[in-house]
Ligand binder design. Structure first.
Ligand SMILES: *[C@@H]1O[C@H](CO)[C@@H](O)[C@H](O)[C@H]1NC(C)=O
Ligand SMILES: *[C@@H]1O[C@H](CO)[C@@H](O)[C@H](O)[C@H]1NC(C)=O
Ligand SMILES: *[C@@H]1O[C@H](CO)[C@@H](O)[C@H](O)[C@H]1NC(C)=O
Ligand SMILES: *[C@@H]1O[C@H](CO)[C@@H](O)[C@H](O)[C@H]1NC(C)=O
Ligand SMILES: *[C@@H]1O[C@H](CO)[C@@H](O)[C@H](O)[C@H]1NC(C)=O
Ligand SMILES: *[C@@H]1O[C@H](CO)[C@@H](O)[C@H](O)[C@H]1NC(C)=O
Ligand SMILES: *[C@@H]1O[C@H](CO)[C@@H](O)[C@H](O)[C@H]1NC(C)=O
Ligand SMILES: *[C@@H]1O[C@H](CO)[C@@H](O)[C@H](O)[C@H]1NC(C)=O
Ligand SMILES: *[C@@H]1O[C@H](CO)[C@@H](O)[C@H](O)[C@H]1NC(C)=O
Ligand SMILES: *[C@@H]1O[C@H](CO)[C@@H](O)[C@H](O)[C@H]1NC(C)=O
Ligand SMILES: *[C@@H]1O[C@H](CO)[C@@H](O)[C@H](O)[C@H]1NC(C)=O
Ligand SMILES: *[C@@H]1O[C@H](CO)[C@@H](O)[C@H](O)[C@H]1NC(C)=O
Length: 495
């Protein structure tokens, strides 16, 4: 053992000497050697903090075998004095604590330790003036965000999401005046959103969702000129979206879901945010009308305003949204009482990419217009349950061959379940329960061979249960109760 180590040591000495020579003749003393050894010791100290390395990610972190610039995950500056510029050990299942010795790697530009099992505190990195990317997402880090982080003034990308970080967002983060992406989502942060964040005019993406933040959204956050993604959902934020806002044409994704936000939306919502792609406001207490101006945000692909208190008509201007694929307005108090109130349904035929349309649990009255059959053939889900719909289902609904789910339960629909049903051959879920359907179940229902859930419970259906139900081999839930049906439930489907 002993004798075999000697040549290795010699090799290391030679290597060091070689590196020193590389550093240039004029420079072969003190400073350069010392700087390299600072990085070496910082890395070795970091390695000491790691208690488990199941995949051998650090197997070549060996002073005898390699210069540290060759160690897995380490990248050095390309010129003398060969300092560590990047440490990237993402997704290596590493366990342990992150040593604050990393704060000595003063040439560090990128630190990516994401998707590991690091515990303990966020390391103190306040001396890393060159650090541009800090990725610690998806670990088990605890404690608070250290004030010292504000010293890393070159940071452009800061991602601490999916950890157990507590405490407030530091007021002094606005020293990070180059920050472009700030992701603190899915932690345990408390307190308010510090208004000082709004001083960072470079910000493009801010993710603070899934924490315990409270208080209102600082007004100036709506004025950050480059903001394109703002996610504040799953907190307990209160207050409103200010009624007078400057245009913010950069904003594409807005997520405020599951908060306690309320009041009415600004009338010119779609004009101040003309480039929105996604807007998610569900599970708040927003009220008043859905602004017709939403139709001006012509790139909108996804709108979720469900579980609020919106009233009035669904604006027909939504029909101008040619990219719209997801429209969820369920559980509000939206009204349609006459042909004007139903105008939106005709308009939506222009949304040829529409896949989901949900208006369940609103105040929709009267007959379903037959123009429902002109909607996009891309439609997969129509949910109109829990309204006050009456009359017969228009046969044109049979045009919508792509439908996976048709949910019309808990209304006052009547007439017979007609031949339209047999045309919807892609249906996986059909709910017609708690209506006033009469007649028999048409045997064409047996064509819906993909059906998994079928309920026609609590209607006035009569006659024999069709034998063709036995064709529905995917059926998992079947409810025919509270009707006047007779016969047997044919075998074939799973119980
Ligand atoms: C970091 O540097 C300081 C001085 O600059 C030194 O005292 C400390 O020992 C170093 N820590 C490690 C782990 O290298
Ligand atoms: C370092 O590498 C040398 C040579 O490859 C090897 O003999 C030695 O056991 C290694 N040391 C550790 C701690 O892995
Ligand atoms: C770290 O390395 C992975 C590949 O292993 C790469 O996908 C990722 O972008 C790197 N991180 C940074 C911040 O460059
Ligand atoms: C912040 O940077 C300064 C040098 O600019 C340094 O003296 C100080 O120690 C750093 N603070 C922390 C908390 O790292
Ligand atoms: C920040 O990074 C730039 C390169 O993008 C560099 O020129 C500058 O010196 C760095 N600033 C500080 C304070 O280190
Ligand atoms: C947040 O804190 C609560 C109570 O302290 C704890 O139960 C919960 O698991 C924590 N959540 C996260 C994501 O750390
Ligand atoms: C940062 O924001 C705070 C609060 O919004 C403000 O009072 C302060 O003047 C701003 N600082 C700078 C340097 O802009
Ligand atoms: C805001 O946008 C609207 C509609 O795009 C436009 O008419 C108005 O002039 C803009 N206002 C400002 C201050 O840019
Ligand atoms: C929020 O949404 C869920 C469905 O995801 C619903 O069950 C719940 O009742 C809603 N809560 C509130 C307060 O609106
Ligand atoms: C909607 O408004 C009613 C009364 O106006 C209130 O009782 C209810 O809690 C509100 N719902 C939500 C989700 O805010
Ligand atoms: C639907 O499209 C037609 C033709 O492109 C257009 O004339 C009509 O105004 C559009 N309707 C709505 C509500 O956008
Ligand atoms: C069901 O429809 C019949 C007539 O078809 C009507 O007499 C009856 O009142 C309706 N029941 C309900 C609950 O609306």
């Amino acid at each position: 053992m002993r004798s075999s180590k000697q040549p290795a040591k010699l090799a290391m000495l030679l290597l060091l000497a070689f590196l020193l020579l590389c550093d240039g003749v004029g420079n072969v003393h003190g400073k350069t050697i010392h700087q390299n050894s600072v990085d070496l010791h910082a890395l070795l100290d970091f390695k000491k903090g790691i208690t488990n390395d199941p995949r051998g990610a650090l197997s070549n972190w060996n002073t005898t075998a390699h210069h540290f610039c060759r160690w897995n995950g380490v990248t050095c500056t390309t010129s003398r004095p060969f300092r560590v510029s990047s440490l990237n050990l993402t997704g290596k299942n590493l366990q342990g604590q992150i040593s604050s010795s990393l704060g000595n790697l003063t040439f560090l530009n990128t630190l990516d330790l994401s998707s590991n099992n690091f515990l303990g505190d966020i390391p103190l990195l306040g001396n890393l003036k060159e650090l541009q990317t800090l990725n610690l997402w998806e670990n088990q880090l605890q404690g608070i965000i250290p004030d010292a982080l504000a010293n890393c003034s070159n940071l452009t990308y800061l991602d601490l999401s999916i950890n157990h970080i507590e405490g407030a967002i530091p007021q002094n983060l606005d020293s990070l005046s180059n920050l472009v992406v700030l992701n603190l989502a899915a932690n345990n942060l408390t307190g308010t959103i510090p208004p000082t964040l709004c001083n960072i005019t470079t910000l493009k993406e801010v993710y603070l969702d899934t924490n315990q933040l409270e208080g209102s959204i600082p007004d100036k956050l709506w004025q950050l000129p480059k903001m394109s993604t703002l996610t504040l959902g799953f907190n307990t934020l209160s207050g409103e979206i200010p009624k007078t806002l400057h245009n913010l044409s950069s904003l594409q994704n807005l997520g405020l879901e599951y908060n306690m936000l309320g009041n009415v939306l600004p009338l010119n919502f779609g004009e101040i945010f003309p480039n929105l792609l996604q807007i998610t406001l569900n599970n708040n207490s927003f009220e008043g009308h859905i602004p017709a101006s939403l139709g001006n945000a012509s790139g909108l692909e996804s709108i979720d305003l469900s579980f609020n208190n919106f009233t009035g008509p669904v604006p027909s201007t939504l029909g101008m949204l040619s990219q719209l694929s997801f429209l969820n307005l369920q559980v509000n108090s939206l009204e349609a009482r006459d042909s004007q109130g139903w105008e939106f349904l005709h308009a939506l035929k222009n949304c040829t990419l529409l896949e989901t349309l949900s208006l369940s649990k609103n105040q929709l009255h009267g007959e379903i217009p037959s123009s429902i059959g002109d909607l996009s053939l891309n439609l997969q889900t129509i949910a109109l349950g829990g309204n006050m719909l009456s009359g017969a289902i228009p046969p044109s609904i049979g045009n919508l061959h792509g439908l996976f789910k048709l949910l019309l339960g808990f209304n006052n629909l009547s007439g017979t379940i007609d031949e339209w049903v047999g045309k919807l051959i892609n249906l996986q879920g059909l709910n017609l329960q708690q209506n006033n359907f009469t007649g028999s179940i048409p045997s064409s229902i047996g064509r819906l061979t993909k059906l998994k859930k079928l309920s026609v419970a609590s209607n006035a259906l009569e006659g024999r249960i069709p034998v063709s139900l036995g064709n529905l081999s995917e059926l998992q839930e079947l409810n025919l109760s509270h009707n006047n049906l007779h016969g047997i439930i044919p075998p074939g489907q799973k119980p």
